[in-house]
Write a protein that binds this ligand. Structure first.
Ligand SMILES: C[S@@+](CC[C@H](N)C(=O)[O-])C[C@H]1O[C@@H](n2cnc3c(N)ncnc32)[C@H](O)[C@@H]1O
Length: 204
């Protein structure tokens, strides 16, 4: 087999029914701005390696990446909070989650990410909610820096932030990237995977 053929192979992990839905969603991924399968597989693997039990996703869309996150959380016995301001998309996502991962806890929040993050922070400060151990950022690129300022307050020490579209939208996320690279509390690396992902580890 040539190297080229190896790169065309795609990982398959889920049951037939879930794979069928994922393949359907992959046909419209440009319309719903979903991760590609390689990035989704990476996200899934990372959550398992980190043994993350409390994951936050900013940017649900129709639930494609969410399904990969839930696949990992089924193994780590964790739960997902996911934020989307587009009600119609969130409702498609909820159906996908319910149909394929009814056994994994999901809190699907509708609203503007910054407002929802502020509410989450308030609940954490009042001890009504636990901090997160993994945050996936994939919403409005211009707001990444604002998401980070809030994400930092709701992420445990030793937690991980993964952000998408770092290379494809570099101008919009430049302040996010610079802030993290200059932040002594974080160790970060940009990965040339998909549209470019930035992985950041919050020091203990
Ligand atoms: C790139 S898509 C997310 C794709 C998804 N993570 C996946 O891979 O399946 C970004 C989503 O974030 C939502 N979004 C954009 N800005 C937002 C904001 N300020 N608050 C909440 N959701 C937002 C969009 O409606 C869109 O569905």
């Amino acid at each position: 087999m040539t190297n080229c053929n190896v790169l065309k192979l795609k990982p398959v992990f889920f049951d037939e029914d879930t794979e069928k839905t994922l393949c359907e969603l992959e046909k419209t991924r440009c319309e719903f701005w979903n991760l590609d399968r390689d990035c989704a597989n990476f996200l899934n693997t990372l959550i398992k390696i980190h043994n993350a039990k409390n994951v936050l996703e900013i940017g649900t869309s129709n639930g494609y990446s969410g399904m990969w996150i839930l696949g990992a959380l089924r193994e780590t016995k964790g739960k997902l909070t996911t934020i989307e301001f587009w009600e119609k998309r969130q409702s498609v996502a909820r159906n996908n989650f319910k149909n394929h991962f009814p056994d994994v806890l999901v809190e699907a929040k509708i609203g503007s990410a910054i407002v929802v993050l502020e509410d989450i922070l308030e609940e954490i400060e009042k001890n009504k909610r636990e901090k997160y151990d993994f945050i996936f950022i994939d919403a409005n690129k211009k707001e990444y820096i604002e998401y980070f300022k809030l994400a930092d307050k709701i992420l445990k020490n030793g937690g991980v932030i993964l952000a998408d579209n770092i290379l494809s939208h570099y101008e919009k996320v430049q302040d996010y990237v610079e802030n993290l690279f200059n932040n002594p509390s974080y160790q970060s690396q940009i990965l040339e995977l998909g549209t470019g992902m930035m992985l950041s580890y919050k020091n203990k």
